[in-house]
Design a protein around this ligand. Structure first.
Ligand SMILES: NC(=O)c1ccc[n+]([C@@H]2O[C@H](COP(=O)([O-])OP(=O)(O)OC[C@H]3O[C@@H](n4cnc5c(N)ncnc54)[C@H](O)[C@@H]3O)[C@@H](O)[C@H]2O)c1
Length: 464
């Protein structure tokens, strides 16, 4: 296959009519989590032969039984189609997966390191050593995990040191998919960033992404360090945008304005754009909290502090707990021995991911003040039960609301947008709703007789 690639690079035509002859790649993905599994499934859907390797045997066993270990809409279908066709397989034998691959993607976790908040690169470094020992022939090693600037250099160094004879290139190809819309994002990305100065590796990456490239998705070829930083800059900017509108929401409450109208008023300006302008309980999830922190640390290490990011991180941390105080205030300043129904636990809808979910801070703040928590989430309760103590899990929104002293909407799952509010009111011991996602209209809630509080929409501000 790499002879074909060499011909591609040298300009020797591999053409079939006017079309490039397809080059099927053998791809190994290390890490079958949210990113690895989605990437593996989609690459196999493009026609490549993919093996997803994970050191977690129970995950591989589940995948081999046809079970998807995470909740991600549409993923099961793509996985089962490609597994049946033989293009997608799973293994815990990481060495064998690497040995047979032309391209190895690193999709292992890079969580915050305890103590200093820098990205924990131990999984990446250990995977790099495994690759170095197992690789056979020229291999392109692609970091899809979100890693700080310079990690590609370190991966290259580890591989050279472990296997001086190895023929390889290390490429950065950060992933921008959103959980909950991951398949769509992977197949229709706004852009694909490829960081490498190595011509052969660039040609290989072009082949890997050929269907998207033909579909007009822009492929941005940049240096490896630029690619690494681009991912952090993107997440940092989005986190800052959310934090900006959250602060505007607080200001709206102070001055009697409506943050949703402010967001619309600024979002219609193309220079600003309307996305990521929903005021709420603060950003959470598997990426923004750890990536903003890692960006701050990288910048400090390079004596080039990113103060906007530092402030964003601290505002957001304070905000999540402040949301607990907001609920307490809505309950008249005291929640001791009161039952609070919490709707939505995952950090956003359409995922079961609980990493750094705002619900964790909100619930902790309420429990610290003596509240009894009854929670419901359409997909997140299994994962949440391992993280939350002394929480009763309900079978539905209505089950959660029964005899509760207040109901809090923390995550905007579609099912919460269409609650039978008359029924909810009849079930609640007192009709208090705190809507941290602004999914209901204040005027309607007031008409129904709720004591309703939301974010950045004080009484009298709402006109629509
Ligand atoms: N989750 C997202 O929405 C998202 C989006 C873009 C980028 N990212 C980045 O992608 C990376 C992966 O994130 P995730 O959410 O998929 O993580 P995850 O925790 O869901 O999955 C990581 C997997 O890697 C496996 N693993 C660890 N070391 C391994 C090794 N040496 N060999 C084989 N498998 C190994 C783990 O068992 C785990 O299953 C992170 O750097 C993250 O920041 C995540």
């Amino acid at each position: 296959m790499f002879d074909d690639i060499a011909m591609l690079i040298s300009g020797e035509a591999i053409v079939d009519g006017n079309a490039w002859l397809e080059v099927k790649m053998k791809i190994a993905i290390l890490g079958a989590g949210y990113v690895g599994l989605v990437s593996g499934a989609c690459f196999s859907d493009f026609g490549h032969n993919v093996v997803c390797a994970d050191q977690d045997q129970s995950k591989i066993d589940a995948l081999e039984r046809g079970e998807i270990p995470i909740f991600e809409p549409g993923l099961e279908h793509v996985v089962s189609n490609n597994a049946e066709s033989g293009r997608l397989s799973f293994t815990s034998d990481v060495d064998a997966a690497v040995k047979s691959a032309d391209v190895v993607f690193l999709a292992v976790g890079t969580p915050s390191r305890r103590g200093d908040g820098f990205a924990d690169l131990s999984y990446v470094h250990s995977a790099a050593r495994t690759i170095a020992e197992a690789m056979d022939g020229y291999t392109v090693i692609v970091t899809k995990s979100t890693v700080p600037v310079g990690t590609g250099d370190e991966v290259e160094r580890i591989i050279r040191e472990t296997n001086p004879e190895a023929e390889f290139a290390v490429v950065s190809n950060p992933e921008f998919l959103r959980e909950g819309a991951a398949i769509e994002d992977f197949k229709r990305p706004d852009r694909i960033v490829i960081g490498s100065d190595d011509e052969r590796a660039r040609a290989v990456m072009t082949e890997v992404y050929r269907p998207l490239f033909l579909n007009q998705s822009p492929l941005l070829f940049v240096s490896r360090r630029t690619a690494e930083l681009t991912k952090y800059a993107a997440n940092g900017f989005l986190a800052m945008k959310i934090t900006f509108i959250n602060e505007m929401a607080d200001l709206c409450e102070a001055v009697g304005a409506d943050v949703q109208e402010v967001a619309r008023g600024i979002g219609l300006d193309n220079r600003i754009g309307s996305k990521f302008l929903n005021a709420g309980p603060g950003y959470g999830g598997s990426c923004f909290p750890k990536d903003t922190l890692a960006l701050v640390k990288t910048a400090q290490d390079h004596e080039s502090p990113v103060r906007l990011m530092e402030t964003t991180v601290s505002i957001n941390d304070n905000r999540k707990r402040a949301m607990g105080r907001r609920v307490i205030a809505a309950c008249g300043g005291d929640v001791r021995d009161k039952t609070i129904a919490v709707l939505g636990l995952t950090f956003k809808p359409n995922t079961d991911d609980m990493r750094d979910a705002p619900s964790l801070s909100v619930i902790q703040a309420l429990q610290d003040n003596g509240a009894i928590i009854r929670a419901y989430d359409p997909e997140g309760m299994d994962v949440a039960s391992a993280l939350l103590e002394d929480v009763t899990f309900a079978a539905s929104s209505y089950d959660a609301a029964k005899d509760a002293d207040a109901l809090v909407i923390v995550t905007e799952w579609e099912v919460f947008r269409a609650l039978d509010l008359v029924r909810i009111k009849s079930l609640l011991a007192s009709p208090v709703i705190v809507d941290l996602r602004n999914i209901y209209r204040r005027s309607e809630m007031n008409k129904l007789g709720f004591t309703y509080s939301s974010i950045g929409r004080p009484n009298g501000a709402e006109t629509t």
